[in-house]
Ligand binder design. Structure first.
Ligand code: PLP
Length: 374
């Protein structure tokens, strides 16, 4: 099998797995208990918080563990908007993940106004766009660091400055970026950031929300006093430990992973071009390494996905299919991709374990499918 769907999820780092095991089998205490058996769980939480904070240049007390990217996004948006009245606006972009877009619909149902900023054909939210959409009533702006379908990285630093000038809080969904590109929360100037472990070779069902000290965020999960009273629920110690180790390991080899993925991308594009295949690559030049959204004119993404699957290759589509119609995703619609190409879009997302050999297998499979040999 060639796994080329790393933007959907990644393989668990073996060192992270080994580090998790004792917290499931031997050191299984509840970290909130006062007896000495709970000490190692408490210590593990502290260490994990420090490790994660160091990877994004944050302070450990600003890291709040969650169940993943979806929860972090829900908490950031609902937890800020909850402090305001119905005249307030939440501003976000048209190409966000559904964890943000559906949360935007939820805050709209609560009576708030939602602004959805359009993007350029490369999928970029420009500073001019945010200037146009932001008002005195905008309390929160959320723009994703990198898009999950097309990989485009946003000019976050510039967008933050405009949001702050209007007094709005800035959140970024960095689920596709953390552990893949360097992130320094202080340098970016943001107020909140969402991340998810399973996107950076950590376990599924665990993530974190980074919240800059002093940001007015209400608690989202009510219950016990965990996470300094901000996020109730017994901590997933093993998951949190695995998340910290996998993030540290990915950050340690980030530079070489980026070079490896850029090289594989280049080979894939060159080989497809050599074979005279009619395709375009979506997104801006400033993209998440390994994320390749490719559109093949006159094909259906869903068909390409299933034919590749028959050849043992895992990719995703940029268009979601129901039994009657193939629908073009909200991201491909937002970048105004013509229907002929948009319908034939697949996302190949390469990871650190992919090899040059995988790339040749993918190219050969695509060639045989689009030349209708298989
Ligand atoms: N945000 C983005 C950009 C994502 O790509 C994803 C997952 O695909 C999520 C949020 C949701 O993260 P999780 O799967 O951890 O809930």
């Amino acid at each position: 099998m060639v796994y080329a769907d790393n933007a959907a999820t990644t393989k668990l780092d073996i060192e992270a797995f080994e580090a998790m095991k004792p917290y499931l089998l031997e050191q299984y205490s509840n970290a909130s208990q006062p007896y000495s058996f709970a000490r190692s769980a408490k210590k593990a939480l502290k260490q994990a918080r420090e490790t994660i904070a160091a990877c994004i240049n944050a302070d450990p007390e600003e890291i709040f563990f969650t169940s993943g990217g979806t929860e972090s996004d829900n908490w950031a948006v609902k937890g800020v908007m909850d402090a305001w009245d119905g005249n307030s606006t939440f501003l976000t972009s048209q190409i966000e993940h559904h964890a943000i877009l559906h949360t935007a619909s939820a805050v709209e149902r609560m009576g708030f106004t939602v602004g959805l900023m359009p993007v350029s054909e490369k999928g970029v939210v420009s500073p001019e766009t945010i200037e146009e959409y932001i008002t005195e009533n905008t309390k929160l702006v959320s723009v994703m660091f990198a898009n999950n379908e097309i990989g485009t990285i946003q000019p976050i630093k510039e967008l933050v400055k405009i949001a702050h000038d209007k007094g709005a809080i800035f959140h970024t969904d960095a689920v596709q970026a953390v552990g893949h590109v360097p992130i320094d929360v202080k340098e970016l100037g943001i107020d909140m950031l969402s991340a998810s472990a399973h996107k950076f070779n950590g376990p599924k069902g665990v993530g974190f929300l980074w919240v800059k000290k002093g940001t007015p965020l209400k608690s989202y999960m009510d219950g016990g006093a965990q996470e300094r009273g901000a996020r109730a629920g017994t901590e997933n110690i093993a998951g949190i430990v695995g998340m910290a180790i996998s993030l540290k390991n990915n950050c340690n080899i980030m530079e070489s992973t980026i070079a490896h993925l850029r090289r594989l991308e280049k080979i894939l594009l060159e080989e497809l071009r050599k074979k005279n295949i009619d395709f375009i690559r979506n997104g801006s030049d400033f993209r998440i390494p390994g994320n390749m959204s490719l559109s093949f004119k006159g094909f259906e993404g869903e068909v390409l996905l299933h034919r590749l699957d028959l050849k043992g290759i895992c990719v995703s589509t940029g268009s979601a299919c129901d039994s009657q119609n193939t629908q073009i995703s909200h991201v491909l619609k937002a970048i105004n991709l013509s229907e002929g190409y948009a319908l034939g879009t697949i996302r190949i997302s390469l990871g650190k374990d992919n090899s040059e050999h995988d790339i040749y297998q993918i190219v050969d499979a695509i060639e045989s499918i689009v030349s209708r040999r298989a």
